[in-house]
Ligand binder design. Sequence first.
Ligand code: EPZ
Length: 449
Amino acid sequence: MQQYAANTAPATTKGNDQLQQAPGQKSGMDKIRIVGGKRLEGIIPISGAKNAALPLMCAALLTDEPVQFQNMPTTLDDIKTLSAVLQEMGVIAATPAPDALILHAKSMTSHIAPYELVRKMRASVLVLGPLLAREKQAEVSLPGGCAIGTRPIDLHIDGLKAMGAEIELAGGYVKAKAPDGLKGAHINFSKVSVGATENLMMAACLAQGETVLSNAAREPEIVDLGECLISMGAQITGLGTPEIRIQGSEKLHGTVHRVVPDRIETGTWMIAACLTGGTLKLENARLEHLAALVGPLEEAGLKIDSDGKDIIVSRNGRPLTGTDIMTEPYPGFPTDLQAQFMTMLTLCVGAGMVTETIFENRFMHVPELNRMGADIRVQGNSSIIRGVSKLNGAEVMATDLRASVALILAALVAEGETTINRIYHLDRGYENIVEKLGRCGADITRIPA
Ligand code: EPZ
């Protein structure tokens, strides 16, 4: 049996209980009940970024050596689902510590990512590029749409075709082959796509020759993935800029990589502090990844200090003031913080406007917030939020990951009790949310289904 670093459980293809749902544990049909009005005071440790962890896990397919991740948010359902997809293909998974994950794609036993897993977690499509590069073939279920939009993957497919892949769409699956291996190409994305940039950057690492990705995404999660690939022996320049160059390698080797902190979780708690009026210390957070949020939050009334490792946020004593935001690809205002920022605007003096330019249907939180007494009107891809004096607790329903946490924020400041249903959305992307908020004074409980 392959031995890993000291004090690690022997790797098994069944993975460890952190990655499997132990019986009697949380169920997706649980609810969360919050009694609003408590200030948040205390320390919140920021977890590793979900949106970095997912592509990083797929990068393990690019080598036959073990890849060890630290600061991995192993309790997230999305991480467990992707781990199951990889294990289905023969990857060995081990969790030697609560925030550690070792993936070893020593030899692949399958090159198929099945529908029943991909439909649960669309980022599984990120196995397409690395699997095709490594195995010269891949069969990945089309992920289908989700609550926030149709979520096509045409940019992923067109890019792989440009690298010489033969692609067939049949029976709801992408069937890709590259019998002679992938070849470097110059790919100019018609729009900025995080996933397409990640898929093609990974595929290019084992292609013959140079690949240039123009109009590439610049998110910190892309930079984190690129830095991990470089530590595996890949030759990549231009990370964090609109043009990324990758020189293909014969093979890549294993590595140990620490997942970048989650900027969306960090921004979520910064907004929470602005709403509840308390002081929060966000541990292991990277303020430089949230530059687009700082201006609007300070304008709205938040005091932000950072010592380079942690961020301390508190209300600055002024009333919450309305401001306008428009979501854009990084370094613009992140679409994944749009719903949370809108919740804050519901209680501002004056009004604010939120314009969503990335996804076509990302205002699902609006009707739920209005049921809590907010005054929000949607016009096309913009929402006008007129501040109200208070929100009222209510029975509400989560619709997608970020809309769910926007309802949590609303419940924290609403008068009375709020019950949030369908919190399986939350379990996908926020680690230990009840514990983290409860330890800071929130009156929050998880009610078993
Ligand atoms: C990633 O999704 C994130 N998910 C999303 O976070 C995030 O909202 C999004 O990037 C934008 O920042 C992960 O990283 C796992 P895109 P992704 O490709 O890669 C269109 C969350 O809440 N598009 O940058 O799927 C697409 O429809 C999630 O954590 C095409 O048209 O986003 C969208 O309108 C939600 N064709 C826009 O581009 C394609 O081939 C940006 O999508 C690909 C995308």
